[in-house]
Design a protein around this ligand. Structure first.
Ligand code: URA
Ligand code: SF4
Length: 217
């Protein structure tokens, strides 16, 4: 539900849906309160004509400071998995479901503690993602984790139950259904590193990305 503090991003999304017009407009967004504590908006990057779009959760600490998505520790895992799946990062468009970093107000100094965005933030920020889909018109969108899946499909998604195959989501502006393949979030994998289960989890992630690549033909 929109309220005074969260009117939603729609008011700030320009009519012209090109990636560059969207990127230029995004820093003004006050669609929810997350802009207040964040350093800057972190918009999508990559090929504006990509056939494959990858959607993460929200910028992390490092992304927030530098203004680029997927450059922190989780990005290493993602890059390795893309490599293993034979997908060139330069051929994809990479963005997040939520464009500002949410962190715990209790965290001080250098290490700010990541907080998951709430459904209200995902919904408030959704107009940006919808506009990016409209601008890029990818053949397939990979949802990296539950937040991205929630935004793209408009419902709660259990990753383990639905991962690895193509799901038809709501229609885009062009009237075509969004084709979404859900997989795990690389940060979830990162937590397994050095523990049991890492190899299997990484291989399963790569297998999902390979399925995405196969769908593109
Ligand atoms: N970095 C991002 O940009 N998004 C994520 O979801 C995680 C790390
Ligand atoms: Fe706007 Fe999204 Fe940032 Fe909220 S998180 S202020 S909706 S860009």
């Amino acid at each position: 539900m929109a309220d005074e503090e969260r009117p939603g991003a729609q008011l700030w999304v320009p009519d012209k849906h090109t990636v560059s017009a969207l990127r230029e407009a995004a820093p003004d967004c006050r669609g929810c309160e997350l802009w207040k504590n964040a350093t800057q908006v972190v918009f999508g990057v990559g090929s504006p004509r990509a056939r494959l779009m990858l959607v993460g959760e929200q910028p992390g600490d490092r992304e927030d400071r530098e203004g680029e998505p997927f450059i922190g520790p989780a990005a290493r895992v993602l890059d390795d998995a893309l490599d293993a799946a034979g997908i060139d990062r330069d051929d994809v468009y990479l963005t997040n479901a939520v464009k500002h970093f949410r962190f715990s107000p209790a965290s001080r100094g250098k290490r700010r503690i990541h907080e998951k965005p709430a459904v209200a933030h995902i919904e408030a920020c959704h107009p940006w993602l919808a506009a990016e889909l409209d601008a890029v018109t990818p053949r397939l969108v990979v949802a990296l984790g539950a937040t991205a899946a929630r935004s793209l499909l408009g419902r709660t998604v259990r990753i383990t139950a639905e991962r690895g195959h193509v799901i038809e989501g709501p229609a885009t502006h062009a009237g075509e259904p969004t084709r979404v393949l859900v997989t795990t979030h690389p940060s979830a994998l990162l937590r397994l590193k050095g523990h049991g289960g890492w190899d299997e989890a990484f291989d399963a992630f790569v297998a999902d990305l390979e399925a995405a690549r196969a769908h593109l033909g």
